[in-house]
Design a protein around this ligand. Sequence first.
Ligand code: SAM
Length: 415
Amino acid sequence: MGKAQKEKAAESSPQWRVREKESTLPSNNAPGGSASGAPPPASPVVPAAAAPKGPGAVWKSNGSFIPPGCDVEDGDDDAPVRNYEASVAKGFWVPPRLRGRNESLIEAVNDWHFAMLNDSHRNQFYWDAMEPFVKGKRVIDIGAGSGLLSLMAAKLGAESVLAIEASKDMVALAQLNITRNDQSDVIRIIHDMSSNVKLKEEEKADVIISETLGALMLGEGTLDYMADARKRLAKPGARVIPAGGAQFAMLIASPSLAQVSSVQSDCCKGFDLSAIGSLQDTGNIFFTKQWGFRLNLLPDLVEMSERIQFLEVDFQKSDRQHIPSTKTFRLTALKEGVIHAVVASWEVWSDEERTHKITTHPEDTRGAPWGFSRDMQWGQGLQLVEDFDLACKSERNTPPAPFEVAVSRLFQEQC
Ligand SMILES: C[S@@+](CC[C@H](N)C(=O)[O-])C[C@H]1O[C@@H](n2cnc3c(N)ncnc32)[C@H](O)[C@@H]1O
């Protein structure tokens, strides 16, 4: 990462700990799509607050995602990486085991990596997805992290596994994991971005595995890095795991959500504070994790529309130019009332039939033993909405007008 990018990353270090944080790119300019239904154009897309995963992650000006804790040297003007101790307030204790570690990495690991490892359903998904394909094969693991997926592939009989990881500390710890699990003969781990790795023809992979999915499915650059790996690091027709995925959106109402995201008329001893509501952000996408709640625990959430799929990706074939810059959908309101937000969630599958999958839909994580971990590592995207027509006419200090909908005649007749 170049000096300017590192400085930019340090500048935008978040006050809150979310898996995805502010992009260094302008809004709607990096891959991932917006919950309001506008996925990436040729120059890609993640809404500003939706871009990279986790603390320290950035999108480079060329559109590529740099994961948090990445300390791969480009060999040009690399600035020193900030150590953990520099992030701790003066006079506070610094655990000796954290001294000298990359601060962004520590932040990211504590923010979502532990939760991710404890998402046992996710882990099982990858195990089952790999089982039929890796025996006797050359496997490449893009974004190896702790080495978990590489270890699985080795245990499932892969001939060799090349694990690629952007964080130096993580690579050292993954190497320990590999040694302790007796897989050093099969797994080789390298510290680099996958996009920098070069392989000889005979080293190319039969199977690519990667879990670099964001709260928005493509929010961590997975599409770009998978496409690059397919073209340069794998044999033609190599199996890609996961095979594909889709991003969904649904309109919801929730007075509880409105209470934490707008000025309520009865909030403050009868004073009119509605002017403050003019600052409500309906332009950026937020994340449930950022607000600190699980969507499926909102007591009054009402589904106001069907869930629609607005983006589909074939990880075996797609790259960013296959993704249209805009799409328009017509939705029928299921109920009368005010729509407060659009919820963004995704599904990723490993088979053509799409029967073997993981999702971030709130109803799927509710009550599951691994559900809390899933919601705390990914959760869902939330885009607040207002009445768009009125927004265009309203005055600067006026709060957004609620987006009210009536039940369609057609629906009433069907009922
Ligand atoms: C979400 S974690 C997944 C870790 C592990 N594969 C697992 O499933 O438990 C993603 C990891 O990939 C790394 N990463 C993301 N994109 C990468 C890339 N293009 N090249 C190398 N490392 C990458 C990040 O540093 C992070 O450690």
